[in-house]
Design a binder for this molecule. Structure first.
Ligand code: SF4
Length: 266
């Protein structure tokens, strides 16, 4: 399976970060090497080993990431790699991308796709009740009089916006679906629901921030379409949400499309 350009962008930025770190460590070793010599040859050799070890670990990490994407199925260690990516690398990847003139949203989109691959490769399967589908308010038709922020069940499923199908799917499968009007509220909803898995729908900025904020909870991100511009009457691919749920719910669950709190008997 070839690696899509969107994912290649993130991997390229990781390589750029590795080169920058390696160059920095090399300079740290090379420039004061005369000074190290005054303290003894051992210190100079030690610094050379540190530089080599960091470059090796980084390279193996990138190769492992590429293997996960190419395999497209469960790989041991994917969870750990996702943790390293979110905790240590994301904060520096965006500034590095900006140095190359890459728009922030392109980098965020690439990160979201890589994150999704890592979550899918981690093989999480949980009962539907432990899955939270988190949606932004802007998916609701702007003139709809029903207040979904109070309770998503207020949707009459009239078919005029994507909530119609999304609430129907959530109801059929028994997963929790919630509307949040911003990052702070979304975080509160997550704390209260305490889900094991999240399917998050949002724009590039909110989704990438949400993935980082809710770590270590696994999140599959689905990006919004904005046919009328940002934050109004946005659209979401119901197929992509279903596909994301399929990754998390027990095997065979979708075939029966049953509403239950527990996994079906094998
Ligand atoms: S589908 Fe639901 S949220 Fe959308 S317009 Fe109809 S009632 Fe309102």
């Amino acid at each position: 399976m070839p690696i899509k350009p969107r994912k290649r962008l993130f991997i390229s930025l990781l390589l750029a970060l590795e080169i920058a770190i390696a160059a920095g460590l090399f300079l740290l070793w090379y420039i004061p090497s005369q000074g190290y010599a005054n303290f003894g040859r051992n210190l100079s050799v030690f610094m050379a080993w540190i530089t080599g070890a960091v470059v090796l670990v980084f390279t193996l990490g990138i190769v492992f990431l590429v293997v996960i994407i190419l395999r497209g199925k469960e790989v041991r260690g994917a969870r750990g790699l996702r943790g390293i990516l979110i905790r240590y690398l994301i904060p520096v990847i965006i500034p590095i991308g900006r140095l190359f003139g890459i728009p922030k949203d392109d980098i965020r989109r690439s990160f979201i796709e890589i994150n999704n691959e890592l979550v899918k490769s981690s093989s999480f399967r949980v009962p539907p009740k432990r899955v939270l589908v988190l949606l932004p308010h802007c998916v609701q038709l702007d003139v709809c009089p029903y207040r979904l922020t109070v309770d998503v069940k207020n949707c009459r499923q009239c078919g005029k916006c994507d909530f119609s199908e999304l609430t129907a799917i959530a109801d059929r499968l028994g997963v929790e679906i919630t509307v949040a009007t911003g990052g702070t509220l979304a975080r509160r909803v997550v704390m209260e629901s305490n889900p094991e898995i999240i399917v998050g729908v949002a724009c590039e900025r909110d989704l990438s921030a949400g993935i980082v904020d809710t770590y270590p909870i696994p999140v599959i991100g689905v990006l919004l379409d904005r046919p009328e511009g940002p934050c109004v009457n946005t659209r979401v691919s119901v197929d992509r949400v279903s596909e994301a749920l399929q990754n998390f719910l027990p095997e065979g669950f979708f075939d029966g499309e049953q509403k239950t709190d527990t996994a079906p008997a094998p």
